[in-house]
Design a protein. Sequence first.
Length: 85
Amino acid sequence: MQSLRFGDIVAITDADHTYGRIFKTGAVSVGVVVHSNCVTAGHGPGVTTLFTSSTGKIIPYIDSNANLGVYLSIGRFRKKAKNKR
């Protein structure tokens, strides 16, 4: 969890977000990291769900570039403009 960044696309196994968030063996939910750990509230990073499968039809894989910034070329992933001199 130390390497999570804002905008990362993550898969959460055994989590069904069809009607709220519940533990369900075999389910997979995919979301984007939208906030960091909250020690005051006592929970980990916040994830906004993008899609979910209660039956596990989503097969996650690891991709170190799975981040909204990369996909949209924004933030620190913005393409650098060449100097026009």
